[in-house]
Design a protein around this ligand. Sequence first.
Ligand SMILES: [Cu+2]
Length: 216
Amino acid sequence: MHRREFLRSAGTVAGGTAAAGAAGSAAAAEDGDGGGGGGGQPDYGGWLSDVGNFSATEDYRGQDEVTVEVGVEGNGDYWAFGPPAMYVDTGTTVIWEWTGQGGGHNVVGENDDYSSGPSTGEAGTTFERTFDEAGIHKYYCDPHLSVGMKGAVVVGDDYPSVSAGASTPVNPEHMGVPIQAHYVGIATVLGISASLAFTFYLLKYGETPHSKGGSD
Ligand SMILES: [Cu+2]
């Protein structure tokens, strides 16, 4: 191999490794903090952990009245609220409307501070409540509490939220990213060093007549 050719290929190898290192660092920085601004995920304190049809808190802000269906499919039968969790503005009236499915239901505040009364299975039954206080308001259906027929209304902007900082130490994803970035950096340095060492070796011994054969 000619010297100039080799230098060009060595440069390509080192450059490529450095580019990979830079890309790794950029990805790590981008993944740095989850969550983003504004409120954060509501901290339900486990209230919704056994609610089968809960996946995300739905945004119903900007409406004076919102409807929650009582007796939608979930928790093994029509034993669920739909949706089980929602964001609303302060002062919003929530209207629970019975679908008629899943037997008798009712709506009871978590602290038993309000109730729609005895459970009923009659379609079209409604119960309403206006939420003037910001925070997370939890409720349940008395006959189906044990199977997870529960719900929550997140009112206003001031509510307990899961802070991104608190979850960092136990989140393996957050711990893994910086470590990977270190590996990429070390690999880059090693790659460049190896290329340089090989270049010096070749420059010194590569094309001298003495290197061929030896004893001739
Ligand atoms: Cu129920």
